[in-house]
Write a protein that binds this ligand. Structure first.
Ligand code: NAD
Ligand code: ZN
Length: 647
């Protein structure tokens, strides 16, 4: 209730009390005479009955001192008829209030009560329930407000009537009995006290209730929010108050309103050859899809190691955009950035990119193209996702790993103080253009290492793809173009499917199925100061978790041998001495990776393991002694392989 309305009611009630008290003190004799006159039949009981009923019925729209009238009814008409009169009047008042609420209130009533009074009733109606109507019956002002609110809220009339009729009967009987008692003991003072005692008790009770319940209600409010979030019909609740806590003067102290909306993402992932060839329309089409009436701007960042192998690439990109794309201005020559994990070592490159974005007035309708390996895409992606809160980021991945995994995803990040991918965001790209030709200059080891992400996704999602990888391992190892293309496309597709259909594209939960084999991989990268590439570390992580799955009884024995055989056939490493490194206290350092893995996402530890080839399974615990046992097994296999290679 607004302060002005509360004041208005307080003034009315105080005046009434004062008038009654004053008239009692000043005109005691007259009042007594009047009462005696009434009782001695100078007023007809029917007339009194009608008077009482009318006064009480109008209580909802007029400041009738209902408790005084109620007590008087007992005094003047006796317990039975008095109760009946009170009950009839109060119940009619409830119906009138309900009708006002249900019909929205007429202009006249709005004027009479004040718009804020009606609005307040509507507000109360949001959280009203039959129980509240019942509880408020004994509280002055709120008793009337609650009936209007019940109408506004559209509570079922029959049930509403049932509840108020019953409550009114109790109240009417109590008042009328007090009134009759006052007459019996011959004390008008008792009648007056009785008239004021019940509403005062009601107000005090309400204040006490509010104080006791305040923290409990706050908890209930957050509980309600969680429920609605998890609920199916979340949209229906949008904008509605989830919970409202009222302070003692009736003003909202805490109001929680549900807010929910969803944003859909769509971006094209293109597989092509010669993406910057003037004849190739793929990139032009991407620009055309985002074309606007006004000219748009574009800057390009290129992996320096890639440029070292392809010095003409920068000019080719410049010529493509300048000469073949309409409506887009390339505002600077393509800029080289450091390639490899070094670019992610901190924020240096991110800040450099910010400066260029500022300098060239790149806005949210402009394009930032990143051409390079996963590390370059991650760092440039981090800068474009945060500059102006997000620019149009086009990725041109140039390694196997960035084409079959990282480039088609929704994440970016840089490392911070040695913590891998510590700072980053979820930011889907504007488009992804995979050019198979660009892979040709990759060092063989780097080119192979990316296949580990395809093995990973086949193992958790696609048994047929695993079989295909087994069958084509040798061709893949030697970069047979068709095999490599299919491997990249299928792996990218499976990653994209998991992101789009897996139910948690922005990893809000605790599960990261696409990070199978990664808890140890990330740690190993750090332990070796990134001397081991991400792809190679993932290959070893897969081998370790496949063996662990067998030791934990999840995967039938022998299956891990097939995983290992595939990794080896692809030319991927399965062992690195730092996997078995121990700290001064003799603890395996790789195990710290488990805790870091959990911390990165928060919540319960969730690691994906294998229950079959092509079937991932989530666990929430990894037993250190089994990890150690798996490492011993893997070390022996690694040593045997080394000997085989040396022999
Ligand atoms: N965002 C994600 O979802 C996600 C997923 C997986 C991996 N990653 C990240 O990706 C990074 C690994 O990416 P990567 O495997 O592509 O390696 P990389 O980006 O480190 O590149 C490896 C090396 O190859 C060079 N290079 C790139 N393209 C070349 C080309 N065509 N010819 C010659 N040299 C080339 C690079 O300059 C670098 O020296 C890691 O930082 C990893 O954390 C991110
Ligand atoms: Zn990975």
């Amino acid at each position: 209730m607004s302060v002005s309305m509360t004041l208005r009611w307080l003034v009315i009630l105080t005046m009434l009390a004062l008038v009654l008290a004053a008239s009692f003190l000043l005109f005691e004799g007259r009042i007594e005479t009047l009462v005696i006159d009434l009782l001695s039949g100078t007023q007809s009981p029917t007339g009194l009955w009608v008077l009482i009923v009318t006064a009480l019925a109008l209580d909802v729209v007029l400041p009738v001192p209902s408790s005084v009238v109620n007590v008087s009814a007992g005094t003047l008409l006796g317990v039975a008829i008095g109760t009946f009169a009170c009950w009839t009047g109060m119940t009619l008042s409830c119906l009138l209030g309900y009708w006002i609420g249900a019909t929205g209130g007429t202009r006249a009533l709005g004027r009479l009560l004040g718009r804020d009074y009606l609005a307040r009733s509507a507000e109360v109606s949001e959280r009203i329930a039959l129980g509240s109507v019942l509880l408020m019956r004994a509280v002055p002002v709120l008793a009337e407000t609650s009936t209007i609110a019940a109408g506004v809220a559209g509570l079922p009339l029959r049930r509403f009537l049932g509840v108020v009729a019953l409550a009114n009967l109790g109240i009417a009987a109590a008042y009328a009995s007090l009134g009759a008692l006052a007459l019996e003991v011959d004390s008008f003072l008792l009648a007056l006290c009785a008239a004021l005692a019940l509403p005062i008790a009601g107000l005090a009770g309400r204040a006490l209730y509010a104080r006791i319940k305040a923290p409990a209600r706050a908890v209930a409010a957050s509980g309600a929010l969680t429920r609605t979030e998890a609920g199916v019909d979340a949209a229906a609740a949008v904008g509605a108050p989830v919970a409202q806590d009222m302070s003692q003067d009736g003003a909202p102290a805490t109001l929680t309103v549900r807010q929910a909306f969803s944003v859909s993402y769509e971006y094209r992932v293109v597989f092509t050859r010669g993406v910057f060839d003037p004849e190739n329309p793929a990139l032009r089409d991407v620009f055309a899809a985002g074309a606007e009436a006004r000219r748009q701007r574009c800057v390009v960042f290129v992996d320096r190691d890639l440029l070292a192998h392809r010095p003409a690439l920068a000019d080719a990109i410049g010529a493509y955009v300048r000469d073949t794309v309409e409506g887009v201005d390339l505002v600077a020559a393509p800029m080289p950035v450091a390639g490899g994990e070094g670019i992610k070592a901190g924020f240096e490159t991110v800040f450099e990119i910010y400066r260029l974005i500022l300098e060239h007035s790149i806005d949210r309708h402009s394009y930032v193209i990143a051409v390079g390996g996963g590390a370059v895409l991650d760092a440039v992606g981090m800068a474009t996702a945060t500059a102006h809160r997000g620019l149009r980021h086009i990725r041109v991945p140039t390694t196997v790993l960035s084409q079959n995994d990282s480039g088609v995803g929704v994440k970016n990040a840089v490392n911070f103080e040695g913590s891998k991918n510590f700072a980053g965001s979820f930011a889907p790209p504007w488009a992804v253009l995979n050019d198979f030709n660009l892979l040709e200059t990759l060092p063989a080891a780097t080119r192979r290492s990316g296949i580990s992400e395809a093995v990973k996704v086949s193992l958790i999602r696609d048994p047929a793809f695993f079989l295909w990888l087994e069958a084509n391992a040798d061709r893949l190892k030697h970069f047979a173009p068709e095999a490599e293309e299919y491997m990249i496309r299928r792996s990218a597709e499976l990653h994209m499917r998991q992101i789009a259909l897996g139910g948690d594209p922005f990893e809000r939960g605790s599960a990261r199925p696409l990070d199978f084999g990664h808890w140890s991989a990330h740690k190993l990268e750090g332990l070796t100061r990134y001397a081991v590439s991400h792809g190679d570390a993932v290959a070893m992580g897969i081998a370790l978790d496949a063996r662990y799955s067998v030791l934990a009884g999840l995967l039938p024995a022998g299956m891990e041998e097939r995983v290992l055989a595939l990794l080896q056939a692809l030319g991927l490493p399965i062992w690195h001495p730092d996997l078995g490194r121990r700290d001064a206290g003799g603890r395996l350092e790789i195990l710290v990776g488990l805790e870091e893995f959990r911390e990165h996402l928060g919540g319960e530890l969730t690691v994906t393991l294998l229950s079959d080839l092509g079937v991932g399974v989530e666990v929430h615990e990894m037993r250190p002694e089994l990890v150690a046992e798996a490492l011993v097994w893997l070390a022996a296999r690694g040593a045997a392989r080394q000997q085989g290679q040396e022999a």
